[in-house]
Design a protein around this ligand. Structure first.
Ligand code: COA
Length: 377
């Protein structure tokens, strides 16, 4: 049986999907048939979501009615706000708060529990609970969602209590589109596994948030930002990289399980960050990040000539999200806000032609033990 063992399911195909195609060798990502470079900077998040759900772009009327329907689900139940507030008061990590908050979306169901309405509830309420958690952590009352704003704009509005300018919204939207889906990553697989038992989409999204919390999946952009702050303070960035690598540390924002070349999302996010920072006071931060990328890739190649360690999505995620005003501790929750589109679309796709996901394990435990009652042990 051990001949069958494939730890981590690497290279195993367990589903068909029309949602995204990841080509790790060529460094290509296609979302719903569009090259990422074309879709991410142009689409609103609602258009991307419609594309994933319906496999086509909406016309103007369809988009208006889809936006309205999504926005109508933004208000989280009071119990969700209580849960994220309690999490903030007790100092729990942001992703614990978001998991509890989105789980409570079941309370907002209006009688009909369908994969479609559950998907909209989960997508619409993730920003609400993430923002309410953040404000509670800062001893501020939650800001009511606004149904007239786009998904990304409303998220920024609920964080700051003010309507964001279009450049911030565009920057955030480009990020949300860039990471909305990425093949059968760990959290998406989790969501599909849960819904394949014919459980429900809110349970699937709750489980996916739990999977995304782990540092091997969604946790890198915060440490990237910390590293960039260290870089700005350092005399010689190359020395800093050498020090980290010599201490056996990994350089955050570099390397990828699937991509053997630069992650295509890095280029899209770099371009979005460049547009955003241009002419702003903090443009020196962007320039420092870009210079550091070159230094880091060179030092990594010198340190590990046997490997290809290129920039991954998290590097420019940190640069862009920092620019548009997402607090560092909300980087992973904001990843969840984006990926909720992919999770829910995968759930719906799974249910179109469902088969329970049930791999097996190779038993390596004891055999033939004899039972003895507890008082004789
Ligand atoms: N810095 C330094 N060394 C790295 C590295 C990095 N960013 N990424 C991988 N390596 C090295 C590992 O130390 C390992 O060395 P070893 O063979 O001596 O043990 C080797 O490359 C292979 O690492 P492994 O973890 O098996 O590769 P992987 O393909 O599973 O790794 C990541 C993918 C993303 C987990 C890994 O590149 C990493 O930890 N990157 C930093 C964290 C990060 O940016 N995560 C966000 C991913 S989108």
């Amino acid at each position: 049986m051990t001949g069958d063992l494939n730890r981590g399911l690497e290279g195993v195909t367990v589903a068909e999907t029309r949602l995204s195609r990841v080509d790790g060798e060529a460094g290509e990502l296609v979302i719903g048939g569009f090259p990422l470079e074309e879709l991410a900077p142009s689409a609103t998040y609602e258009e991307t979501l419609f594309l994933l759900y319906e496999d086509r772009l909406p016309d103007a009327d369809e988009l208006a009615s889809f936006r309205k329907r999504l926005a109508s689900h933004r208000e989280a139940p009071p119990e969700a706000i209580d849960a994220v507030t309690a999490a903030a008061d007790r100092g729990l990590p942001p992703m614990d708060a978001v998991r509890m908050g989105v789980a409570a979306a079941s309370l907002a169901r209006d009688g009909d529990e369908t994969p479609e309405t559950d998907s909209l509830l989960a997508v619409a309420q993730l920003p609400t609970v993430a923002a309410a958690y953040w404000r509670a952590r800062n001893d501020e009352a939650p800001v009511e969602p606004r149904s007239d704003l786009r998904h990304a704009a409303n998220y920024l509005h609920m964080l700051d209590g003010a309507e964001p300018d279009e450049e911030r919204v565009r920057g955030l939207e480009t990020y949300l589109n860039s990471v909305v889906d990425h093949g059968l990553n760990a959290s998406t697989f989790t969501a599909r596994t849960i819904v394949a038992t014919e459980s429900d989409v809110i349970s699937a999204v709750t489980g996916a948030v739990g999977a995304l919390k782990g540092p091997l999946h969604g946790g890198a952009p915060g440490p990237v930002l910390d590293m960039l702050h260290d870089v700005i303070d350092a005399d010689d960035p190359a020395d800093l990289v050498h020090e980290k690598l010599d201490a056996g540390e990994r350089l955050m924002g570099f390397g990828h399980r699937v991509y053997q070349v630069r992650d295509p999302r890095a280029a899209v996010l770099e371009a979005a960050a460049e547009r955003f920072y241009e002419g702003r006071e903090q443009s020196a931060f962007f320039d420092a990040a870009r210079e550091f990328e070159d230094v880091a890739v060179d030092v990594l190649a010198e340190h590990r000539p046997d490997l290809t360690l290129e920039t991954n999505v998290e590097f420019y995620t940190a640069v862009l999200l920092n620019g548009v005003g997402i607090p560092r501790d909300l980087f992973t929750p904001t990843f969840a806000v984006a990926r909720a589109g992919g999770w829910t679309a995968h759930c719906r796709e799974q249910l179109e032609d469902n088969r329970i996901i049930r791999p097996r394990a190779s038993y390596v435990g004891a055999e033939g033990r004899e039972w003895t009652p507890v008082e004789q042990r």
